[in-house]
Design a protein around this ligand. Structure first.
Ligand SMILES: Nc1ncnc2c1ncn2[C@@H]1O[C@H](COP(=O)(O)OP(=O)(O)OP(=O)(O)O)[C@@H](O)[C@H]1O
Ligand SMILES: [Mg+2]
Length: 244
Protein backbone atom coordinates (compact mmCIF):
# COMPACT_ATOMS: atom_id res chain seq x y z
CA UNK A 1 0.00 0.00 0.00
CA UNK A 2 1.46 3.31 -1.02
CA UNK A 3 1.08 6.49 1.01
CA UNK A 4 0.32 8.50 -2.13
CA UNK A 5 -3.17 7.66 -3.32
CA UNK A 6 -3.39 9.89 -6.39
CA UNK A 7 -0.40 11.12 -8.31
CA UNK A 8 -0.67 13.42 -11.30
CA UNK A 9 2.59 13.98 -13.12
CA UNK A 10 3.23 16.68 -15.72
CA UNK A 11 -0.33 16.46 -17.04
CA UNK A 12 -1.33 18.20 -20.23
CA UNK A 13 -4.90 18.49 -21.52
CA UNK A 14 -5.84 20.07 -24.84
CA UNK A 15 -9.08 20.72 -26.69
CA UNK A 16 -7.93 20.86 -30.29
CA UNK A 17 -5.41 23.68 -30.32
CA UNK A 18 -6.45 25.06 -26.92
CA UNK A 19 -3.99 24.00 -24.25
CA UNK A 20 -6.25 24.02 -21.18
CA UNK A 21 -3.68 22.32 -18.94
CA UNK A 22 -0.03 23.02 -19.75
CA UNK A 23 1.73 21.18 -16.96
CA UNK A 24 0.15 20.07 -13.73
CA UNK A 25 1.67 17.83 -11.08
CA UNK A 26 -0.16 17.16 -7.83
CA UNK A 27 -0.83 14.44 -5.35
CA UNK A 28 -3.34 13.33 -2.75
CA UNK A 29 -2.02 11.20 0.07
CA UNK A 30 -4.09 8.54 1.74
CA UNK A 31 -6.54 10.13 4.17
CA UNK A 32 -5.87 13.67 2.95
CA UNK A 33 -8.39 16.40 2.18
CA UNK A 34 -6.87 18.43 -0.65
CA UNK A 35 -8.26 21.56 -2.28
CA UNK A 36 -7.77 23.17 -5.68
CA UNK A 37 -8.58 26.83 -6.08
CA UNK A 38 -8.01 29.18 -9.01
CA UNK A 39 -9.67 31.63 -11.34
CA UNK A 40 -12.24 30.77 -13.98
CA UNK A 41 -10.69 28.95 -16.90
CA UNK A 42 -7.53 28.03 -14.96
CA UNK A 43 -7.92 24.41 -16.05
CA UNK A 44 -9.27 22.87 -12.83
CA UNK A 45 -12.15 20.97 -14.43
CA UNK A 46 -9.89 19.80 -17.25
CA UNK A 47 -7.55 18.21 -14.70
CA UNK A 48 -10.53 16.53 -13.02
CA UNK A 49 -11.81 15.26 -16.38
CA UNK A 50 -8.44 13.73 -17.14
CA UNK A 51 -8.24 12.06 -13.72
CA UNK A 52 -11.74 10.64 -13.94
CA UNK A 53 -11.26 9.35 -17.47
CA UNK A 54 -13.74 11.65 -19.18
CA UNK A 55 -11.02 13.30 -21.26
CA UNK A 56 -7.77 11.70 -22.37
CA UNK A 57 -4.75 13.83 -21.52
CA UNK A 58 -2.36 14.73 -24.32
CA UNK A 59 0.66 14.02 -22.08
CA UNK A 60 1.61 13.10 -18.55
CA UNK A 61 0.59 10.34 -16.23
CA UNK A 62 -1.99 9.66 -13.53
CA UNK A 63 -1.49 6.97 -10.94
CA UNK A 64 -4.19 5.89 -8.50
CA UNK A 65 -3.45 3.56 -5.61
CA UNK A 66 -0.16 2.58 -7.24
CA UNK A 67 -1.76 1.72 -10.59
CA UNK A 68 -1.44 3.80 -13.74
CA UNK A 69 -4.92 4.94 -14.84
CA UNK A 70 -3.91 7.47 -17.52
CA UNK A 71 -6.47 7.43 -20.33
CA UNK A 72 -8.58 4.65 -18.82
CA UNK A 73 -12.35 5.07 -19.30
CA UNK A 74 -14.48 6.47 -16.44
CA UNK A 75 -16.21 3.22 -15.54
CA UNK A 76 -12.85 1.50 -15.06
CA UNK A 77 -11.58 4.35 -12.93
CA UNK A 78 -14.74 4.31 -10.75
CA UNK A 79 -14.39 0.56 -10.32
CA UNK A 80 -10.92 1.15 -8.88
CA UNK A 81 -12.36 3.35 -6.14
CA UNK A 82 -12.23 6.87 -7.52
CA UNK A 83 -15.61 8.66 -7.55
CA UNK A 84 -16.26 11.96 -9.24
CA UNK A 85 -18.96 14.52 -8.47
CA UNK A 86 -18.69 16.57 -11.66
CA UNK A 87 -19.12 20.31 -12.08
CA UNK A 88 -22.86 20.88 -12.55
CA UNK A 89 -23.65 17.62 -10.69
CA UNK A 90 -25.05 15.70 -13.68
CA UNK A 91 -27.85 13.97 -11.86
CA UNK A 92 -30.63 12.34 -13.89
CA UNK A 93 -33.46 14.81 -13.37
CA UNK A 94 -36.29 12.69 -14.76
CA UNK A 95 -35.35 9.67 -12.65
CA UNK A 96 -36.17 9.31 -8.98
CA UNK A 97 -33.73 10.16 -6.23
CA UNK A 98 -33.62 6.48 -5.35
CA UNK A 99 -32.76 5.44 -8.90
CA UNK A 100 -29.98 8.01 -9.01
CA UNK A 101 -28.54 6.50 -5.84
CA UNK A 102 -28.80 2.94 -7.13
CA UNK A 103 -26.92 4.02 -10.24
CA UNK A 104 -24.02 5.16 -8.04
CA UNK A 105 -23.79 1.74 -6.44
CA UNK A 106 -24.12 0.03 -9.79
CA UNK A 107 -21.12 1.95 -11.13
CA UNK A 108 -18.90 0.05 -8.71
CA UNK A 109 -20.71 -3.21 -9.49
CA UNK A 110 -21.03 -6.53 -7.71
CA UNK A 111 -22.95 -5.56 -4.59
CA UNK A 112 -25.33 -7.79 -2.65
CA UNK A 113 -28.79 -6.30 -2.07
CA UNK A 114 -28.40 -6.25 1.71
CA UNK A 115 -25.07 -4.47 1.39
CA UNK A 116 -26.59 -1.91 -0.97
CA UNK A 117 -29.43 -1.26 1.50
CA UNK A 118 -26.93 -0.75 4.33
CA UNK A 119 -24.77 1.59 2.21
CA UNK A 120 -27.86 3.56 1.19
CA UNK A 121 -28.92 3.93 4.83
CA UNK A 122 -25.49 5.29 5.66
CA UNK A 123 -25.54 7.99 2.99
CA UNK A 124 -29.13 8.92 3.90
CA UNK A 125 -27.97 9.39 7.49
CA UNK A 126 -25.45 11.91 6.17
CA UNK A 127 -28.13 13.75 4.18
CA UNK A 128 -31.41 13.05 6.01
CA UNK A 129 -33.34 15.50 3.83
CA UNK A 130 -32.98 13.06 0.91
CA UNK A 131 -34.79 10.28 2.78
CA UNK A 132 -38.24 11.78 2.29
CA UNK A 133 -37.39 12.58 -1.32
CA UNK A 134 -36.50 9.06 -2.49
CA UNK A 135 -39.56 8.56 -4.75
CA UNK A 136 -39.39 12.10 -6.17
CA UNK A 137 -37.91 13.03 -9.53
CA UNK A 138 -34.36 14.22 -8.85
CA UNK A 139 -35.00 17.26 -11.05
CA UNK A 140 -37.53 18.55 -8.52
CA UNK A 141 -34.90 18.87 -5.79
CA UNK A 142 -33.39 22.21 -4.81
CA UNK A 143 -29.81 22.96 -5.91
CA UNK A 144 -28.47 22.07 -2.48
CA UNK A 145 -30.39 18.79 -2.40
CA UNK A 146 -29.14 17.94 -5.88
CA UNK A 147 -25.56 18.48 -4.71
CA UNK A 148 -26.26 16.22 -1.71
CA UNK A 149 -27.63 13.60 -4.10
CA UNK A 150 -24.59 13.87 -6.35
CA UNK A 151 -22.28 13.35 -3.36
CA UNK A 152 -24.44 10.51 -2.02
CA UNK A 153 -24.38 8.84 -5.42
CA UNK A 154 -20.61 9.15 -5.52
CA UNK A 155 -20.31 7.63 -2.05
CA UNK A 156 -22.42 4.65 -3.07
CA UNK A 157 -19.66 3.58 -5.41
CA UNK A 158 -17.63 3.04 -2.20
CA UNK A 159 -14.72 5.25 -3.21
CA UNK A 160 -11.29 5.52 -1.62
CA UNK A 161 -11.01 8.98 -3.18
CA UNK A 162 -13.94 11.32 -3.71
CA UNK A 163 -13.42 14.15 -6.17
CA UNK A 164 -15.84 17.08 -6.13
CA UNK A 165 -15.71 19.78 -8.77
CA UNK A 166 -17.25 23.05 -7.49
CA UNK A 167 -19.22 22.03 -4.44
CA UNK A 168 -20.57 25.53 -3.86
CA UNK A 169 -21.69 26.36 -7.40
CA UNK A 170 -25.00 28.26 -7.18
CA UNK A 171 -25.59 27.35 -3.55
CA UNK A 172 -26.52 29.66 -0.68
CA UNK A 173 -24.12 30.05 2.27
CA UNK A 174 -26.54 28.31 4.62
CA UNK A 175 -26.45 25.19 2.42
CA UNK A 176 -22.65 25.33 2.33
CA UNK A 177 -22.63 25.47 6.12
CA UNK A 178 -24.41 22.11 5.99
CA UNK A 179 -22.31 20.54 3.22
CA UNK A 180 -18.76 21.38 4.26
CA UNK A 181 -19.03 19.74 7.71
CA UNK A 182 -20.27 16.54 6.05
CA UNK A 183 -17.11 16.46 3.93
CA UNK A 184 -14.97 17.00 7.01
CA UNK A 185 -16.81 14.16 8.76
CA UNK A 186 -16.29 11.84 5.78
CA UNK A 187 -12.61 12.71 5.66
CA UNK A 188 -12.18 12.09 9.38
CA UNK A 189 -13.78 8.69 8.86
CA UNK A 190 -10.98 7.87 6.41
CA UNK A 191 -12.16 9.03 2.99
CA UNK A 192 -9.59 10.93 0.91
CA UNK A 193 -11.11 13.97 -0.79
CA UNK A 194 -10.00 16.23 -3.63
CA UNK A 195 -12.16 19.34 -3.77
CA UNK A 196 -12.16 21.94 -6.53
CA UNK A 197 -13.73 25.05 -5.08
CA UNK A 198 -14.13 28.64 -6.18
CA UNK A 199 -15.09 29.74 -2.67
CA UNK A 200 -11.47 29.79 -1.57
CA UNK A 201 -12.21 30.81 1.99
CA UNK A 202 -14.34 27.71 2.57
CA UNK A 203 -11.88 25.40 0.87
CA UNK A 204 -8.85 26.73 2.74
CA UNK A 205 -10.64 26.23 6.04
CA UNK A 206 -11.60 22.59 5.57
CA UNK A 207 -8.68 21.16 3.60
CA UNK A 208 -5.21 20.06 4.72
CA UNK A 209 -3.38 21.23 1.61
CA UNK A 210 -4.29 23.40 -1.36
CA UNK A 211 -3.10 23.77 -4.93
CA UNK A 212 -3.61 27.12 -6.60
CA UNK A 213 -4.09 26.80 -10.36
CA UNK A 214 -3.68 29.57 -12.91
CA UNK A 215 -3.37 29.45 -16.71
CA UNK A 216 -3.17 25.70 -16.96
CA UNK A 217 -0.49 25.30 -14.32
CA UNK A 218 0.03 25.15 -10.55
CA UNK A 219 0.90 28.63 -9.32
CA UNK A 220 1.62 27.50 -5.77
CA UNK A 221 0.71 24.85 -3.26
CA UNK A 222 1.09 24.23 0.41
CA UNK A 223 -0.65 23.72 3.74
CA UNK A 224 -4.04 25.39 3.65
CA UNK A 225 -3.40 26.89 7.07
CA UNK A 226 -0.31 28.66 5.71
CA UNK A 227 -1.89 29.71 2.41
CA UNK A 228 -4.89 31.26 4.15
CA UNK A 229 -2.54 33.92 5.57
CA UNK A 230 -0.50 34.40 2.38
CA UNK A 231 -0.94 37.96 1.05
CA UNK A 232 -1.07 36.71 -2.56
CA UNK A 233 -3.98 34.43 -1.67
CA UNK A 234 -5.68 37.13 0.38
CA UNK A 235 -5.54 39.65 -2.46
CA UNK A 236 -6.47 37.37 -5.32
CA UNK A 237 -8.80 34.73 -3.94
CA UNK A 238 -10.16 35.96 -0.62
CA UNK A 239 -11.99 39.20 -0.94
CA UNK A 240 -13.29 40.74 -4.09
CA UNK A 241 -13.98 37.41 -5.82
CA UNK A 242 -16.35 36.24 -3.13
CA UNK A 243 -17.74 39.65 -2.33
CA UNK A 244 -18.79 40.20 -5.93
N1 LIG B 1 -14.80 21.33 -24.21
C1 LIG B 1 -13.95 22.35 -24.38
N2 LIG B 1 -13.60 22.77 -25.61
C2 LIG B 1 -12.74 23.80 -25.78
N3 LIG B 1 -12.17 24.49 -24.77
C3 LIG B 1 -12.49 24.12 -23.54
C4 LIG B 1 -13.40 23.04 -23.26
N4 LIG B 1 -13.51 22.92 -21.92
C5 LIG B 1 -12.71 23.86 -21.39
N5 LIG B 1 -12.10 24.59 -22.34
C6 LIG B 1 -11.14 25.70 -22.15
O1 LIG B 1 -10.07 25.21 -21.36
C7 LIG B 1 -9.69 26.18 -20.39
C8 LIG B 1 -9.78 25.56 -19.00
O2 LIG B 1 -11.15 25.28 -18.71
P1 LIG B 1 -11.61 24.52 -17.41
O3 LIG B 1 -13.08 24.32 -17.51
O4 LIG B 1 -10.76 23.34 -17.21
O5 LIG B 1 -11.28 25.60 -16.28
P2 LIG B 1 -11.79 25.72 -14.79
O6 LIG B 1 -10.61 26.13 -14.00
O7 LIG B 1 -12.52 24.53 -14.39
O8 LIG B 1 -12.79 26.97 -14.88
P3 LIG B 1 -14.11 27.31 -14.01
O9 LIG B 1 -13.61 27.98 -12.76
O10 LIG B 1 -14.84 28.26 -14.90
O11 LIG B 1 -14.85 26.04 -13.76
C9 LIG B 1 -10.56 27.39 -20.61
O12 LIG B 1 -9.87 28.29 -21.41
C10 LIG B 1 -11.76 26.82 -21.33
O13 LIG B 1 -12.34 27.79 -22.16
MG1 LIG C 1 -14.42 24.19 -13.68
Amino acid sequence: MTDVLLKVNDLKVAYGRIEAVRSVSMEVRRGEFVGIIGSNGAGKTSVMRAISGVKSPSAGSITFDGVEITGLPSHTVVAKGLAMVPEGRHIFGDQTVEDNLILGAYLRGGRAKTQLAADTERVLDLFPVLRARLPQAAGSLSGGEQQMLAIARGLLSRPTLLIIDELSLGLAPKILDLLFPVLTELNRAGLSILLVEQMASYALQVTHRTYVMENGGVLMHGDSETLIGDPRILDTYLGHREAS
